[in-house]
Design a protein around this ligand. Structure first.
Ligand SMILES: CS(=O)(=O)c1ccc(C(=O)Nc2cccc(-c3cn4ccnc4c(Nc4ccc(C(=O)N5CCOCC5)cc4)n3)c2)cc1
Length: 283
């Protein structure tokens, strides 16, 4: 096993591949909630490192495909991405072990803190997510379900992107089929809800909706419209309104993310420059 970052759980055990964690080195603590794959708990690795542990329910995931992909995902490392530490795949259910984020989902954090955010903190949240996505874009990695519910907040109030690429292993077709009740239509561009054509530019569309969630402090996009109505509205050219807390410049940036043609949308790297430039303007 190559030299590993001491802070991240390394397998060390001679009998484990470097993406495998020895389950006997994990202790389980409080439940954090339930996700698409099942229960998530706080845990400790080797008695001192706090970690989040996902227990993958039987029948919820394409497990072999995921284990294969985990080797690649382990290599994706960035301060604004929730770090995958490894998997325990020698038993059922399998475990997915990641860095722990004390303040939970960004959506919950926005809703609980509604009324307490200033423009600077909302912009800082948007920049954190943009930086994580810029790294994925640079590595040709598509998220496929970017939304505030899939971002997490740590105890230093840093926001990180989570569960990137994981939708490819979901077995629930209510979630994977674009007509399914759980498909993220309100975060999807036309080329995705019509043809499932995913790209970093479809992630940019979702990022625009995430910015709308941030500046509305966790409201539901198109809250009075069911998914099928949103498909029609978007195809007719309708878009989300300007959130009160968003300056016209920030709303212009959101609208660039919602250009109908994916090639007309900005990259995450140019989004980062545009957002950073508003820092001077909004002060
Ligand atoms: C994109 S996808 O493939 O469909 C997919 C999406 C999501 C998931 C998934 O596992 N979701 C999921 C569900 C629950 C918890 C997690 C989840 C995952 N994590 C990874 C790192 N840290 C966490 C974490 N932290 C939490 C969560 C809740 C609290 C909490 O109780 N709070 C109350 C008091 O105020 C502070 C917050 C605290 C920390 N929660 C992840 C799985 C698959």
């Amino acid at each position: 096993v190559g030299k590993r970052d001491k802070s991240a759980p390394s397998t060390a055990g001679f009998s484990y591949e470097k993406w495998e964690i020895n389950p006997s080195e994990l202790t389980f603590m409080k439940e954090l909630g339930c996700g698409q794959f099942g229960q998530v708990r706080l845990g400790k690795w080797r008695a001192q490192h706090k970690v989040a542990i996902k227990f993958v329910r039987q029948g919820a995931m394409h497990e072999e495909d995921f284990i294969e992909e985990a080797k690649i995902m382990m290599k994706l490392s960035h301060p604004k991405l929730v770090q995958l530490y490894g998997v325990c795949s020698q038993q059922k259910p399998i475990y997915i072990v990641t860095e722990f984020m004390e303040n939970g989902s960004l959506l919950n954090y926005l809703q609980e803190g509604r009324g307490s955010f200033d423009l600077g903190s909302l912009l800082s949240i948007s920049l954190d997510v943009c930086e994580g996505m810029e790294y994925l874009e640079a590595h040709g990695f598509i998220h496929r379900d970017l939304a505030s519910r899939n971002c997490l907040v740590n105890d230093s109030r840093v926001v990180k992107v989570s569960d990137f690429g994981m939708t490819r292993f979901v077995l629930d077709d209510q979630y994977t089929s674009s007509s399914g009740s759980k498909f993220p239509v309100k975060w999807s561009p036309p080329e995705v809800f019509n043809f499932c054509r995913y790209s970093s530019k479809s992630d940019v569309w979702s990022y625009g909706v995430l910015m709308w969630e941030v500046f509305t402090e966790g409201r539901m996009p198109f809250e009075n419209n069911p998914n099928h109505e949103v498909v029609t509205l978007i195809m007719q050219g309708h878009r989300l309104y300007r959130p009160k807390l968003a300056t016209p410049t920030l709303y212009d940036i959101m609208q660039l993310c919602w250009k109908e043609r994916s090639e007309d949308r900005p990259s995450f790297s140019s989004l980062w420059v545009m957002l950073s430039d508003t820092l001077e303007e909004d002060v």
